[in-house]
Design a protein around this ligand. Structure first.
Ligand SMILES: *Cc1c(COP(=O)(O)O)cnc(C)c1O
Length: 354
């Protein structure tokens, strides 16, 4: 990492660390002592600052609240046995953040602010990074418009922030999902590839309907025909069919997940055939009927690998075979955990030392 920028830090007067129950962390609820804040106005980023985590005030006319110029990222830092802290593929998150920013007419974040901000923030809150198996420090960088003006146009001013939360082992209870054939998460030409706030707000209602029917989440299908798999909830979707790893090819309606990228890389390293292409609901059901659908799972930073146990389609539930311990999803999950904890060689240089 570049090490030239020194960010001024105001330390908290009283750390909240002693109050935290690390054995019972609810995802996204407990925040570390400090946060990074940097404002953009007059065409440039101002001086970044690290300050105690806390509320802030914004104009009631804040244009992010009204028109949704707001984007975010999600990534994790891990502590190894020696107590060293590493972040998983942070440059990939920076590039994606800047791709989201471009789509939403927001300024891009300079690499120095992002990387040095991350490094100094996490160094300061190093004791908040848990080290037990499966735990991590979840990192949430985000940017939003700050103009207080009701005109519909890109804001002139923005704020970029990073907040962090310790998270425990994510228990991956196999999911019940169903194909969604009415509502859409995103459409070709839309902003589904970007991590912008509005995508998630709009997905809540159809997800709620599915949950009322007893499913955990949806398998989104393409907006024009509702035939092809897009994503699984807020994760990329993957299937193992007859020994091949099959996943929808990237498009403007699919989020380019870093876990997706990493899983595909490991599969290729292991010589497994990988197919990034259109995959239809009917192909999945057909493979299930033939007995060639071996695994289905979602992949994303929060859960890493979320196995799917049941897929619903047009009122019918299809139960997947029980996944053996040496199944691809289990092996790849174990391999990622080993790389992140420092137990396995990081051959692709994914881990960046804080
Ligand atoms: C963040 C996200 C993912 C997963 O991306 P990762 O980089 O692997 O965490 C997949 N789909 C959607 C819609 C997302 O927002």
């Amino acid at each position: 990492m570049i090490d030239t920028l020194t960010i001024s830090a105001t330390r908290t007067a009283a750390s909240r660390l002693p109050e935290v129950d690390f054995d019972n962390l609810e995802f996204g609820k407990t925040f570390s002592d400090h946060m990074l804040v940097v404002d953009y106005h007059d065409g440039e980023w101002q001086e970044p600052q690290i300050v105690p985590y806390g509320d802030m005030s914004i104009s009631p006319a804040n244009s992010a609240l009204h028109y949704g110029q707001a984007i975010f990222e999600g990534m994790k830092a891990y502590k190894n046995k020696e107590g060293d802290i590493y972040i998983f593929r942070p440059a990939d998150n920076l590039h994606r953040l800047n791709a989201s920013a471009e789509r939403m007419c927001m300024p891009s974040i300079p690499e120095e602010i992002f990387m040095q901000g991350l490094r100094q923030l996490i160094q300061l809150d190093a004791e908040w990074v848990p080290s037990f198996t499966g735990s991590a420090l979840y990192i949430r960088p985000f940017m939003f418009a700050t103009d207080g003006l009701l005109g519909v146009r890109p804001s002139d001013s923005y704020r970029f922030m990073i907040i962090t939360c310790p998270v425990g082992l994510y228990y991956n209870k196999p999911l019940r999902v169903r194909f969604e054939e009415k509502y859409v998460r995103s459409a070709e030409g839309g902003a589904g590839f970007a991590k912008n706030a509005g995508n998630y707000g709009a997905a809540m209602y159809p997800t709620k309907l599915a949950q009322q029917e007893g499913y955990n989440q949806l398998i989104w299908t393409d907006a024009s025909e509702h035939k092809y798999v897009e994503e699984s909830g807020t994760m990329n979707a993957m299937f193992v069919i007859n020994g091949h790893l099959v996943t929808p090819a990237l498009s403007t309606s699919i989020l380019d997940g870093i876990t997706r990228r990493s899983v595909l890389q490991l599969a290729r390293d292991w010589g497994m055939p990988v197919e990034e292409r259109k995959v239809s609901a009917l192909e999945i059901l057909d493979a299930h009927a033939q007995g060639t659908l071996q695994e289905a799972f979602g992949v994303g930073t929060a859960a890493t690998i979320a196995p799917i146990a049941v897929i619903g389609y047009q009122g019918q539930d299809y139960t997947l075979p029980t996944v053996p311990t040496d199944a691809f999803s289990n092996r790849v999950s174990g391999a990622l955990t080993a790389i992140r904890s420092g137990e396995a060689a990081d051959t692709h240089n994914w881990m960046v030392r804080v």
